[in-house]
Structure formats: structure tokens, C-alpha cells
Design a protein around this ligand. Structure first.
Ligand code: PRX
Length: 635
């Protein structure tokens, strides 16, 4: 691929300047030289930041799976596209070449068509990390259906909310899933969800755990017999550049989850180009991203980015601690992984274990290691750099979001010198800017501001499914003319960015975004609870953990404290998922509130974090005395 790789710092600056000064020319060239199109575009980009309208590669026609699969068949048909590494190390790994991927995706696409799925229909995918998950995603893209993958750790309620929001008509799930020593009853959870999601007409079920499950006649079908009968070739639907490719839900600070919509051409160009450069992918490399496909990282950098580059991508079903804390290192050694991309929370959990878990493994194959999902603290950075990267692999700390589609701030390995805890420099095409609360641009170094981006890039989300106004209000209103990320950041003397964390009520727990409002709603469902407030507090492994302040309708009801906490956490698990359970629950007689009735979360955050001295100005509270009480009772 010409004009595609960035190989020196000097070249980076040149490319970066070009991308900012002449973005149309820059992205046009990349799109022109590196992809297969049915029809080229009339215009590279048209946009309106205030209305949050973005059109990239206007009127172009393409199919992303042609670019992920078909075009590699001539020269790379026998190359491994996917290496599947099961949860249980005793189960053999499975290898799929690009030719086999073509066959599998074609069969799945034909099954979907056979079940009446049409272009533009929404298909919900609720599967563990097994090859059928990748085939399903690509099969949707093949026929122009919009995939909505829901993380298999989410509860029935969360699944049903997502299915209903985007009116999916077909669900692909499995009998169950393996996760470490546990088995997750996926079909049972799906059945429960479907009681509240009557729009689902058909359910295709993958056999993974072989457990007994009920099948609803007329609705549920085992997938395998349908695949066995399906044609092994398929035509790729002709898609418009701006046709939606997928919907992926992310938590907001208020209200229901936001179905972020990504479209076809821009997402393709952006994920492919960022993947190539940020992981320095070379033709024979084996690449492994540990993220679940239920999150954007799995979409962009387990499936689309790697396959668009004809890479070999490892799909891992398991968890870092099963059967031992050596599992990651064992997989790297077994497959000779060259690029390894994971989350700080995984690194922190492994760093606290005995060094023997990593010492006996050969990790020489590694060339680049990456981090994503939350700020990586200095200690974790050094452990990762020293013990995994062996001080010789560049560590790319990649900052991005579900909304950005792909990585927007990151070092480029062997090009940008890295600096612990700094995501470093913007990727070409990205123009970050830090804003203060008065909407002035911050020009001083080392001053924390609201991280915004000034110009659109091809991978930017196009809307929130069914609610464009919410998209405008959330991202484009606070700082007019700019995309507001919801993160805080500072810049150093060299221009490196350091992400300091969320500035809204989203809390990142073990790399998962959690909005406080839905958790509070779940708590408030308990019959004894009057109201509640959830805040984050620092946690050694998870980055942040959740602290709930709970007001009961009648005092004295919490005599059976432990039981009450259990019930509250059960409600949270049922409504959202186990990832949102509270680490600490403090029962209080009231919450600090302003005269307008707003909870002053800043105070609660301080108390939860053990910062008990400086509460700033609390004179605007209607009940300042409550602060002392809550402080006294801190857990
Ligand atoms: O707060 C930032 C944090 O994760 C948020 C985005 O979460 P999500 O949409 O789930 O996507 C996660 C994977 C891209 C951001 O707003 N975040 C992500 N990467 C980093 C990060 N914070 C600091 N450093 C990072 N490298």
C-alpha cells in the first residue's frame, strides 16, 4: 500500500501538517490508493459541526467485507486471517485462512438472507468470543444489515433495552459461553430478554457449551444445520459510503445507553490506516488484541482494522487469570504474537501476581505493545514496559472512544518517543484542542482542560441511533464548532497529551464505561431506598471502583445491612450486569444538595476517595450539615 506507512518522526510531522492543512487531499489519497471501491466519491468530506452532520466519501459505493476478505484471496488466500484460542488451553486452537473466512462469512450471510434479513435491517449479536461472532459481524456487513453487538456479560435487561432501541429483528446467540472456570447461560439470559423484546422474529443459536437449553418453536433455530445447507459463495451488497455499518451502545452520564452509529467508508479508511501505523503491522506478523468484540476496541482492532490490512488476528475466548495468571503469556508464546494490545486493568491485575507467572515464558516475538480503555498509571506502565515489552518494544498508549471509531491520539511505534502516562501526539487528521470552562482555548502547558477535537475525521460516529438531537447535545454543544470528548487532558512542552480522565458522570471501571444514572436507577428500585448517588473512587486494579451513597425511606431499615447491600447489588446485576456492582455502600440520611436540588457529587467523590479535608465552597448547599455526617460514616 503506497503512501500509507509513517516511518520516521520527520515524516510524521510532514504527514501531520499535510493532513491538517489539506485534509481532503490527504484522506482522498489514502482512500484512493488502499481500498477497493465499486464507485469512487464525488467529494471527500462535507460537514457541519454545529448540526453534527458528516459525509465522508460522498456517493462512493463499496462493501467493507470485499476489503476485509475478497481482495486478499488472490495473494493471501492461504494466510491465516483468524487464530481462535479457546478459553480452555487443552482445547485445540483453530485456524481460519482468508479463503476459509470467505466461505464461513458467505455461509452465514446466506443463512441471514434465508431468514429474511435485508439491507438496513438490524441484527443483534449476543455471543461469546468465538469465531461465529466474527463471522456474524462480517456476514451482516456482507449483506448490508446493521450489526449491533451486545457484550455477552450484559444482563437480560441490558440486552433487551439495546434490542428494542434499535428494533433488531434477528438475534444471534449461543447455548452458553465459557469464561474462565464459569459457564454463562447465554440462551437463558437471551430468553429472558426476549420476553421484553417481541420485535425479535428469529433467534439463531450457536452450539458452544452443549448444555441443555429450551428452544422456542418457530422462533429459535440451531445455526449449524442452516450453515451446512448454505451456499459457500456470496455476493457483497453494494453499499453507499454513508450507509450504517453498525450500532454499538455506550453508556452516557444520563438516560439510556447511546447507540453510536458508524458508517461504512469513513470507518473503513480510518480503522485500516490507524491499525497499520499504530501497531506497525508487517505482512507476516501475528497480532492480538484482547478486547471483547462487545466493545469498540474489538470491532475496530480485532476485526476490521486487522482484516482490512490482511493481517492475522488472534481471537481469545478466555480471561487473563484462567487457568493461571500465565494465560496471556502462554498465548503470546504459543502463537508467536508480534503485537499485543490490552487494557491497563488487565496489566494491573497481572502485575500484582508473582513474577514467576510471566518469567518462564518466551515473549521475544513481541515487537509492539499497546494499552487502551483508561489512563495507564505510571506503575502499570513500567511493569508492562519492563516485563512484557522487555524495555525494547514501544508501548503505545492509545486514546480514543466508541464515538471516535478508531485511535485518535497515540504514539507511532519506532517513530514517536514514548513517555509514561502520555498518549502522546495526535494521529494525522486529528486536531485536538483543550478548552476551559469559559470556552477559551487553553494554550498554556500542563493545564488541564476539556479535550475537544476541531475538525472531523473519517471515523467519527455519525449519530446516536434514533436521537440525533442527543448526539448534538452531548458532543457538539458545550464547545460550539468542536467535538467534545467528555475527557480531561493536559499538554506538555513538547505537545504530548496526557489524558486525565472523565470530566462527566461516566466512571471507567476495569476499562468499562459506566454511567452513574442507570446504576442509581437500579438501586432506587429497591423498595426500601429513597434515593442514591454513585461515584467512583480509585482502585488499585480496576482503576476506579463504585461507591454508593444510599438514603433509605425509613431509618432503621438497614439493621440487616449485609443483606440489603446484597439485594442492591443483585438489582444492579439484573439491570445492567455484574460489572456495575458497588464495591462500597454507605447508608446516609441525606445527600448534599444545592438549592436547585442537584446532588453535589464533587463532595461525595472527595469523601469516597478519602480526601476529607478540602471540600471547597459548600455554602450553596441547602444541607451543609450532611457533609460532616457522611464524612464521619465513611467506609
Ligand atoms: O475516558 C477515556 C477512556 O475511555 C473512554 C472511552 O471509552 P469507550 O468508548 O468504551 O472506548 C474504550 C476504548 C477505546 C474515553 O473517553 N480511555 C480510552 N483510552 C484511553 C482512555 N483514557 C486514558 N488513556 C487512554 N489511552
Amino acid at each position: 500500500m503506497s503512501n500509507y506507512s509513517i516511518n520516521s518522526l520527520e515524516q510524521y510531522f510532514k504527514v501531520y501538517r499535510r493532513s491538517i492543512n489539506k485534509p481532503k487531499k490527504f484522506w482522498g489519497k489514502i482512500a484512493e490508493n488502499n481500498f477497493t471501491w465499486y464507485q469512487k466519491w464525488d467529494k471527500v468530506v462535507e460537514f457541519d459541526m454545529e448540526k453534527a452532520e458528516f459525509t465522508w466519501f460522498k456517493n462512493a459505493r463499496l462493501n467493507i467485507t470485499k476489503n476485509c476478505i475478497d481482495r486478499h484471496l488472490a495473494n493471501k488466500g492461504d494466510k491465516h486471517a483468524i487464530i481462535f484460542e479457546p478459553n480452555n488451553p487443552e482445547e485445540p486452537s483453530r485456524y481460519y485462512t482468508y479463503s476459509e473466512l470467505y466461505t464461513e462469512v458467505s455461509r452465514m450471510a446466506n443463512v441471514l438472507l434465508g431468514q429474511g434479513v435485508q439491507k438496513g435491517d438490524r441484527v443483534c449479536i449476543y455471543l461469546p468470543m468465538i469465531p461465529e461472532l466474527v463471522f456474524s459481524v462480517l456476514a451482516c456487513a456482507r449483506i448490508g444489515a446493521i450489526h449491533s453487538v451486545v457484550f455477552a456479560g450484559f444482563s437480560a435487561n441490558a440486552l433487551s433495552t439495546r434490542i428494542n432501541d434499535s428494533t433488531c429483528k434477528l438475534l444471534i446467540t449461543a447455548d452458553g459461553g465459557f469464561r474462565g472456570a464459569k459457564t454463562i447461560d447465554l440462551k437463558r439470559i437471551a430468553d429472558e430478554a426476549l420476553m421484553r423484546s417481541p420485535g425479535i422474529e428469529k433467534v439463531l443459536v450457536v452450539k458452544r457449551t452443549h448444555q441443555d437449553i429450551p428452544m422456542t418453536a418457530g422462533r429459535d433455530m440451531w445455526l449449524q444445520p442452516l450453515l451446512d445447507e448454505a451456499d459457500v459463495t456470496s455476493k457483497a451488497a453494494v453499499m453507499d459510503a454513508e450507509d450504517p455499518l453498525f450500532i454499538l451502545y455506550t453508556s452516557g452520564s444520563t438516560g439510556k445507553p447511546k447507540g453510536m452509529v458508524h458508517t461504512t467508508a469513513g470507518y473503513m479508511v480510518f480503522t485500516a490506516y490507524t491499525f497499520k501505523n499504530i501497531f506497525n503491522y508487517q505482512p507476516d506478523d501475528i497480532y492480538w488484541c484482547t478486547a471483547d468484540i462487545g466493545w469498540i476496541t474489538g470491532h475496530s482492532y480485532t476485526i476490521y482494522g486487522p482484516l482490512l490490512n490482511g493481517a492475522t488476528t488472534v481471537l481469545f475466548e478466555g480471561i487473563p487469570s484462567y487457568p493461571t495468571h500465565s494465560r496471556f503469556w502462554e498465548v503470546i508464546q504459543k502463537h508467536g504474537v508480534n503485537q499485543f494490545y490490552t487494557a491497563p486493568t488487565a496489566i494491573r491485575s497481572l502485575a500484582k501476581e508473582k513474577i514467576e507467572f510471566i518469567q518462564n515464558f518466551r515473549l521475544e516475538s513481541l515487537k509492539v505493545i499497546g494499552s487502551v480503555g483508561e489512563p495507564i498509571n505510571e506503575e502499570a506502565w513500567h511493569w508492562y514496559n519492563d516485563h512484557v515489552g522487555n524495555k525494547r518494544c514501544p508501548l503505545v498508549d492509545t486514546w480514543w472512544q466508541t464515538e471516535t471509531g478508531g485511535i485518535v491520539i497515540s504514539a507511532i511505534p519506532f517513530v514517536t518517543p514514548t513517555k509514561p502516562t502520555y498518549a502522546s501526539l495526535p494521529f494525522p487528521g486529528i486536531k485536538p484542542v483543550l478548552m476551559d470552562e469559559l470556552r477559551n482555548e487553553i494554550v498554556k502547558n500542563q493545564q488541564i482542560g476539556n479535550l475537544c477535537i476541531e475538525y472531523p475525521w473519517p471515523g467519527i460516529a455519525r449519530t446516536i441511533w434514533g436521537d440525533h438531537q442527543r448526539y448534538i447535545d452531548t458532543y457538539f454543544t458545550k464547545f460550539p464548532g468542536k467535538y467534545f470528548s467528555g475527557d480531561g487532558a493536559l499538554r506538555d512542552e513538547v505537545g504530548y497529551y496526557r489524558i486525565t480522565g472523565r470530566v462527566d458522570d461516566v466512571i471507567i471501571v476495569s476499562g468499562h464505561n459506566l454511567g452513574t444514572a442507570p446504576i442509581e436507577d437500579a438501586i432506587n428500585e429497591h423498595q426500601t431506598v429513597a434515593e442514591s448517588a454513585v461515584v467512583g473512587f480509585p482502585h488499585d486494579i480496576k482503576g476506579n471502583a463504585l461507591y454508593g451513597f444510599v438514603v433509605l425511606k425509613e431509618t432503621g431499615l438497614w439493621r440487616d445491612r449485609n443483606n440489603l447491600v446484597k439485594e442492591i447489588n443483585q438489582l444492579i446485576s439484573d439491570q445492567i450486569g455484574a460489572i456495575a456492582r458497588l464495591d462500597k455502600v454507605q447508608f446516609v440520611s441525606g445527600l448534599p444538595k444545592t438549592r436547585s436540588g442537584k446532588i453535589m457529587r464533587r463532595i461525595l467523590r472527595n469523601i469516597a476517595s478519602g480526601e476529607l479535608t478540602d471540600f471547597g465552597d459548600i455554602t450553596t448547599l441547602v444541607n451543609p450539615e450532611i457533609v460532616e455526617e457522611i464524612k464521619e460514616g465513611r467506609l
